[in-house]
Design a protein around this ligand. Sequence first.
Ligand SMILES: Nc1ncnc2c1ncn2[C@@H]1O[C@H](COP(=O)(O)OP(=O)(O)OP(=O)(O)O)[C@@H](O)[C@H]1O
Length: 176
Amino acid sequence: MGRTKPNIIVTGTPGVGKSSHCELLAQATGLKHLSVNQVVKDKSCHDGYDDELKSWIVDEDKLLDEIEEDVKKGGYILDWHVCDIFPKSWIDLVVVLRADSTVLYDRLKSRNYPEKKLQENLDAEIMQVILEEAKESYDEEIVVELQSNNSDDIDSNVERISLWLEQWSQDHPDGI
Ligand SMILES: Nc1ncnc2c1ncn2[C@@H]1O[C@H](COP(=O)(O)OP(=O)(O)OP(=O)(O)O)[C@@H](O)[C@H]1O
């Protein structure tokens, strides 16, 4: 079975603004916001919790099994800091959000991240780890890098992705 609506990944380093974008984007487009972290927790797609890193040790196979049936129907915004585990055939657009390191530092600091986790995430953002993963895992023409430093950025990004969605629907009147 194909899909009449596309699937979009919104990814980026923790704190870059994925949830904020996805919520507004879901409101603007009617696509469904799938918080992958929430699925990991709710459906126990993990092998426990890493206390030092304060994050779940994700069972990726179980996670994919859990969401496959829904996501294959289309119309989902996948919100996660990992982007390279989803099969290419599921995905129509990959949005990689970016933030300046000073901005990201302040956001993570205010979340009381442990110093090690904060530094790892800042390094990952500076080294553009997630952008590189996205480009390696998907065709470059579907990977879009967008800035997320302030609320104007969110508005213009949501607008831009909404326009992309309209175009996708025009280009694929019968779905794919
Ligand atoms: N572009 C932005 N302008 C202003 N504030 C922002 C922006 N992006 C994110 N924030 C703020 O930064 C904090 C983290 O944002 P958010 O939870 O959306 O990030 P996230 O990428 O989903 O994080 P995580 O991966 O940890 O879930 C929130 O307080 C949010 O309001």
